[in-house]
Design a protein. Structure first.
Length: 169
């Protein structure tokens, strides 16, 4: 998936979770930005990715050790991320919107890459990649439509949330 579609997917899941949890507006904004950041996080394993170019001191060693679409795109990586998020939230509850948002965005990224022909190494360290039966080409018209629909829907959901939240004050 292109990074813009990952961002749209992370924003969409962040907006949906925000409407379910109904946090304060400040927590909602924190959660949304964290979801968007998290949607780019699994590609830290690729130095030429949007995030990898901005944090090369992390991206290059991670890429050298695990390669692209390695542990950061796997079930094991997701489970480790869940465990880390749960632990941080227990120790520092105030960070919960941030860490949980990053987790939601990261999971949206993995699901998004599962929808591409390249697939993901779901059972890493087994490098066999698994892809969804309903997949689409990266950068194709279907991805462009998905990105547009998710972006518009996310904006609508988030604005609706804020209108409702502020009307209750």
């Amino acid at each position: 998936m292109k990074y813009t579609t990952h961002i749209a997917t992370g924003a969409y899941l962040g907006a949906v979770v925000t409407t379910i949890v109904q946090p304060s507006p400040l927590v909602a904004i924190t959660f949304m930005f964290a979801s968007i950041f998290g949607s780019l996080l699994p590609d830290i394993d690729h130095p030429k990715s949007w995030l990898g170019q901005r944090i090369p001191m992390l991206s290059i060693p991670i890429s050298a050790i695990f390669g692209h679409r390695g542990i950061t795109h796997s079930l094991l990586g997701a489970l480790l991320h869940v465990a880390l998020t749960f632990t941080i939230n227990l120790i520092f509850p105030i960070l919960s919107p941030l860490t949980t948002g990053i987790l939601i965005g990261s999971i949206s990224h993995i699901i998004g890459d599962w929808l591409t022909p390249s697939g993901i190494p779901l059972l890493w360290p087994n490098k066999e990649r698994h892809a969804s039966p309903a997949m689409f080409e990266i950068g194709g018209i279907h991805e462009s439509i998905l990105c547009f629909v998710l972006s518009v829907t996310s904006i609508y959901i988030f604005i609706s949330y804020f209108v409702n939240a502020l009307s209750e004050v």
